[in-house]
Write a protein that binds this ligand. Structure first.
Ligand SMILES: Nc1nc2c(c(=O)[nH]1)N[C@H]1C(S)=C(S)[C@@H](COP(=O)(O)O)O[C@H]1N2
Ligand SMILES: [Mo]
Length: 199
């Protein structure tokens, strides 16, 4: 490797350079929900990870909130072509949630209160790439945007970031979620424009 100057931050953030192909910038925060907004009381809220062997790991709200938190600032990209840069969240890394989970699974099927599902490769949830977030822009996450808590996987199209997240099933074989069964991509990398199956 050559010499990297101190403070080098990767690509410079000049206008347009952070937009994946086919995307446009938006300043507001559109709400995209396939159904009504479920109201989930914190008293009954839970998040579970179930392994391919059927072992269940479960957090209620106090247990979830006791986990070490992170504050990612990330760009988000919706397949309907809007992108929003520099969004600020607070939550728990999937590396923490998956830390004690014994699995050889390669796929994850995320499910939400209200019935929404979405699938993605398990590797896309690891190594600092995904969080279960409960705050946005310094305030509790609004129900329309997925509160009490949603998944945040900003390096994939935003439909993978399941709102009102309830759990993740780890699978040896990929199973399609709501939009994927309707023709959307199983991975959904916006930089590769993986919008639809076959892209
Ligand atoms: N449970 C659930 N999660 C969801 C959706 C949904 O309809 N239900 N829509 C997805 C889509 S298509 C997008 S673009 C984002 C929108 O999140 P926002 O409404 O906070 O902008 O949520 C994703 N997560
Ligand atoms: Mo979307």
């Amino acid at each position: 490797m050559g010499i990297v100057s101190p403070g080098f931050q990767g690509r410079p953030r000049s206008a347009g350079s952070d937009l994946p192909p086919g995307q446009y910038l938006t300043e507001d925060f559109p709400v995209l929900s396939a159904g009504p907004t479920p109201r989930v009381p914190l008293e009954t809220w839970e998040f579970t990870i179930t392994t391919e062997a059927g072992v269940e790991h479960r957090w209620d709200w106090p247990a979830f909130r006791a986990l070490p938190g992170e504050s990612p600032t990330v760009d988000i990209h919706c397949v309907t072509q809007w992108s929003k840069l520099g969004t600020c969240w607070e939550g728990v890394s999937l590396d923490v949630l998956l830390g004690d989970v014994d699995t050889a699974a390669e796929y994850a099927l995320v499910h939400s209160y209200g019935g929404y599902t979405t699938n993605l490769p398990l590797t896309d949830l690891l190594d600092g790439q995904a969080w279960v977030v409960h705050r946005y822009d310094g305030a509790a996450l609004e129900p329309e945007h997925g509160g009490p808590a949603r998944l945040l996987v900003p390096h994939l199209y935003f439909w993978k970031s399941a709102k009102w997240v309830r759990g993740i099933r780890l699978l040896e074989r990929d199973e399609q979620g709501f939009w994927e069964a309707g023709g959307y991509h199983d991975r959904g990398d916006p930089w590769l424009e993986q919008r639809y199956q076959g892209d």
